[in-house]
Design a protein around this ligand. Structure first.
Ligand SMILES: Cc1ncc(COP(=O)(O)O)c(C=O)c1O
Length: 352
């Protein structure tokens, strides 16, 4: 590991997140980072093209009012219940920084988004990883204990498993004095958003991203919806860090994406439909596939080693994600692609 005498001790001890590979080879079938195989809404692209003009010399709206209003209108909340950031990763960073530094440990599932422990390291937050049950599900009863906050993805990543809304509510009711964050990066592929609960639970914060269901991973837009007091904490952090996390293109492109419901519904439906096809094909090859409500599936083969399968696929030009983590080392996480990409995956696995 390289180090420099100029580094502060803090930087020397940081353990950064490692994102999925973004290969320079464009001919690979890329099923490793849960991007959307369909392009962004044509209306979002058109809005950004219109915005590509001389006004780029001016700073964007620091409050992103246009986009806040679009999100608030879409979900039927007030715009002071909406927070925006440069990807939901940035929104999550501000949440960890502003709402999770407490005497009790933060709780999140042992198998979950691997950025959570990284933010704990960055902001000095103590945490307890709560084991998923034997079926890789979140059990709300496991979270009914003293804590300094709770966060979990729903559907969970990388398992894809959905927690029903009444179970989310059980978690909220058991911890009325701590902030509960539901990370809904993948909610639009088969789940029901907890945003309907924010007016009843002042401790609930729901995060979402435009990277998955709205196919704008390259634009970097994420959001949180919750009680205005929680949003205010995030605004304070944001305005102490970067006044302009969303640029001019992001503001208009994301707002137009929220307005184009028809395109959104159609592409989400396609991903869900093709997910069911991929699941059936993998099961026919002897894979066990966890029930998925996301744009990816999590599967293991009972006779074949996961790292070996990932390497075999890579040779065939198909990349999937494999985590070298206890409990899930025999699983592959596979994003749902276009029908052609999905076929390449199935063909690439060959005869098992
Ligand atoms: C569970 C979960 N949360 C948040 C994110 C971050 O998404 P983004 O920063 O692109 O909004 C991801 C990305 O893969 C994710 O899997």
């Amino acid at each position: 590991m390289s180090m420099s005498k100029f580094w502060s001790p803090f930087v020397k001890d940081l353990v950064p997140y490692v994102p999925g590979e973004q290969p320079k080879l464009t001919r690979l079938v890329k099923l490793n980072t849960n991007e959307n195989p369909y392009g962004p809404s044509p209306k979002a692209l058109a809005a950004m093209q219109t915005e590509l003009n001389d006004n780029l010399r001016l700073y964007p709206d620091p409050n992103s009012d246009l986009l806040k209003n679009a999100v608030a209108g879409y979900y039927g909340v007030q715009s002071n219940q909406v927070f925006l950031g440069n990807g939901s990763d940035e929104v999550l960073a501000h949440i960890f920084h502003g709402l999770f530094q407490h005497d009790q440990p933060l709780l999140f599932p042992d198998i979950s988004y691997s950025f959570y422990p990284v933010y704990c390291g960055l902001y000095g937050i103590q945490f307890d990883a709560v084991p998923l049950d034997a079926q890789f599900q979140i059990d709300p009863a496991d979270y009914a204990r003293p804590n300094g906050g709770i966060i979990f993805p729903n559907p969970n990543a990388p398992t894809g498993c959905l927690l029903a809304l009444d179970a989310v509510e059980q978690i909220l009711q058991a911890s009325p004095d701590s902030v509960v964050v539901v990370d809904e990066a993948y909610i639009d592929f088969g789940g029901e958003t907890a945003i309907s609960l924010v007016d009843r639970y002042p401790n609930l914060l729901v995060t979402q991203t435009l990277s998955k269901s709205r196919s704008l991973a390259g634009l970097r837009v994420g959001l949180a919806v919750g009680h205005p007091d929680l949003i205010e904490a995030l605004e304070r952090i944001k305005n102490s860090f970067n006044s302009y996390p969303l640029d001019r293109l992001a503001n208009v492109g994301a707002a137009a994406a929220f307005e184009d419901r028809e395109y959104f519904d159609k592409t989400c439906r396609l991903v869900i439909e093709h997910r069911e096809w991929v699941v059936a094909q993998l099961q026919a090859k002897g894979f066990e596939v966890l029930p998925s409500a996301a744009n990816f599936i999590f599967a293991r083969h009972l006779q074949h080693d996961a790292a070996g399968l990932a390497a075999r696929l890579r040779e065939q030009g198909v990349i999937v994600r494999h985590f070298k983590q206890e409990r899930i080392a025999q699983f592959l996480r596979i994003s749902i692609g276009t029908p052609e990409q999905n076929q390449a995956l199935i063909d690439g696995l060959g005869d098992l």
